[in-house]
Design a protein around this ligand. Structure first.
Ligand SMILES: [Zn+2]
Length: 348
């Protein structure tokens, strides 16, 4: 702020945060102390570690107040899932998560620092995403969860396997994923073949609650009391609704690590749609995934590979697709395909 000649009085609305320089994962990893308040100002309640799917792990300090505000925002998601689960907040949830994941670190904190009335608490079974599929199906059949949650990629692969094996499995009333994406062909299989609604939630280690899908499952509602979310182009300029660009967030609650105007590294577009559910939180059209995986286009712009891959993944018989950008206008496409008759034996 000093180098830009700005003072706190120059920040009147959330939009003014765009006047600050953009910061990246790299900036925070290189000098985390620059984003923490002076010693003694805020007490760190939890140092969350995120391994991420690419690059080095990140460590973000959180204060207790921010963690409880995040818990309050998660009630918005439970309100949505409760409608699919047939009302009531107490239900059985099977979570596919690895020990030490961000969600388990958070859960440990809440269990140690809060109390939930039993009638509101849910009954949870956790399984690691390294468990063999037959074991998961066996445990699922015994536990009979109302909700199945966890990694989208894993749940997609699990149910695709169950489909190929034609094995009997207990069908949850809804599926909720958040940590990563679910391949579109898996989501279609789960919704169309099994009739299980799939919900998604958007969060990161830098902002624990960013956006969530409501009952309509068209776009995401932004937790605008938790984050300010902008979509920017390559130069950092704010893009209008409907135009995809990089997500930049300012975490409004965390005072133990202050992240303002932070490049989240996902691609999304804001939406001006008024959602039929009646919530008036601002909306994102869709979230296209991690920025590490972008495809370069002529003219300096970029596209998320899912925009190309999702179409390829819908082709019947295609099990796996890999797209390698060799040069700006030169791609290598590898695919694993099986004849429809072999699907049952090969798709695992
Ligand atoms: Zn809605």
């Amino acid at each position: 702020m000093e180098s830009l000649g700005l003072s706190p009085g120059d920040f009147r609305t959330a939009a003014d945060l765009a006047r600050l320089p953009l910061i990246s994962k790299k900036d925070v990893a290189a000098a985390p102390e620059r984003f923490r308040p002076a010693a003694g100002v805020v007490r760190t309640a939890l140092n969350i570690q995120s391994s991420g799917t690419a690059g080095k792990p990140s460590y973000i300090d959180y204060d207790a107040r921010a963690l409880f505000l995040s818990l309050a925002a998660s009630q918005r998601r439970r309100d949505v899932t409760a409608r699919f689960l047939g009302g009531g907040f107490a239900f059985r949830e099977l979570t596919i998560a690895r020990l030490g994941s961000v969600s388990t670190q958070l859960r440990d904190f809440y269990e140690a620092n809060s109390w939930t009335p039993r009638r509101l608490d849910l009954n949870r079974l956790m399984l690691a995403p390294s468990e063999p599929f037959p074991t998961v199906v066996e445990r699922m059949n015994a536990f009979r969860p109302h909700l199945l949650s966890g990694y989208g990629s894993y749940i997609g692969a699990l149910l695709r396997w169950a489909h190929s094996q034609q094995c009997t499995f207990h069908r949850p009333r809804a599926i909720l994923y958040g940590a990563d994406g679910m391949p579109e062909n898996d989501r279609l299989l789960i919704e169309d073949e099994f009739g299980i609604p799939v919900l998604s939630s958007y969060q990161s280690v830098e902002a624990l609650r960013i956006a969530f899908q409501c009952e309509e499952r068209r776009g995401f509602h932004i937790d605008s009391d938790q984050v300010v979310l902008r979509v920017v182009d390559a130069t950092g300029a704010t893009l209008p609704p409907g135009v995809p660009g990089e997500v930049v967030i300012s975490n409004l609650t965390n005072r133990a690590t202050v992240l303002l105007n932070y490049r989240q590294g996902d691609v999304a577009a804001l939406s001006q749609r008024r959602c039929g559910c009646g919530r008036n939180l601002p909306m994102l059209e869709s979230i296209q995934g991690r920025q590490d995986d972008l495809v370069r286009l002529p003219g300096g712009s970029v596209a998320h590979p899912l925009a190309l891959m999702a179409v390829l993944q819908r082709v019947p018989g295609v099990v796996q697709v890999q797209l390698v950008q060799q040069e700006l206008c030169s791609f290598l496409l590898r695919s694993v395909c099986v004849p429809a008759a072999d699907w049952a034996t090969r798709s695992e």
